[in-house]
Design a protein around this ligand. Sequence first.
Ligand code: E4P
Length: 230
Amino acid sequence: MAIFLDTGKIEDVEKFLRMGVIRGVTTNPTILLKAGVIGGRDALRKRSIEIADLIKPLPLSVEVTTNDFEHMIVQAREYAQWAGNINVKITVHGPDGEIENFEAVHLLETKYDIRVNMTAMMSAQQCLLGALAGATYVSLFGGRVNNMGYNCVDEIRKARSVIDDQDLKAKIIIGSTREVLNVIEWLEAGAHIVTVVPEILKGMIVHPYSKETARMFLNDARKAEEMLKS
Ligand code: E4P
């Protein structure tokens, strides 16, 4: 079981890395845009190398920015050269249901020895097929599944069960966290990894009653010191 950080911000990566609580970082084009990574391939390369270097040997996921078959292969091979701990994110299919993405994943994993994170998955059946194609990670978007009116916990359980039954190497990453309670719930359901945005990770740590308790200890320690002085 592991927690990855879903961010493109250097300061977030540094902060949670120093705390020792994360085991990898995931990004996507939307996250990177929000993190101010603008300027195309050069900016993507620079930020990816920066994060990969910070967290090595932990893994970093970087997503391709095309759904053209040949270009996906070229980009994936380029990303893999940037750093040894980069794995390449490819969506389960294209915006119009282009299923050749499976062929790209299989080729990258088997012919080019590149680790792939097959992403934007919404069901256990997609996870199973991604795992069969040879993906190192299959990323199920829990919050989006729940938003469609299904309980992603059922999909996680089913995906883990079939992946284990067939002894496939794929690790299930659940992303798209929406609430603090998602993290433990999804890990307990069978996710190998939950990737978490910094706000949720902070929310897992900070509890109002822990604040109050810490405040009580500090106040009483101060009182005890003052009593000694008087
Ligand atoms: C996971 O790998 C994705 O980067 C991410 O969690 C997607 O989350 P969203 O549904 O909040 O966009």
